[in-house]
Design a protein around this ligand. Sequence first.
Ligand SMILES: [Zn+2]
Ligand SMILES: [Zn+2]
Length: 71
Amino acid sequence: MITVVTDTRKCEVCNKKEAVMLCKGCGVPLCRDCYRFDLFAYGCGSANPLVLCSTCYDDIDINPYGAKRPE
Ligand SMILES: [Zn+2]
Ligand SMILES: [Zn+2]
């Protein structure tokens, strides 16, 4: 599920552009330039779109497939 920003809010990452999505991890508003989009695949055929800020994208707990694994 994607949380779309309907009211006019500024992106909290760059503080310049209008936010269009909320990060699924921490809930900050993100503009098109700042969000990272990923698909979580469950079983066969179904996938959940996931919108994350760059911080959450790299967090292994929030994004176990896309994040860099600490070795
Ligand atoms: Zn931004
Ligand atoms: Zn986040």
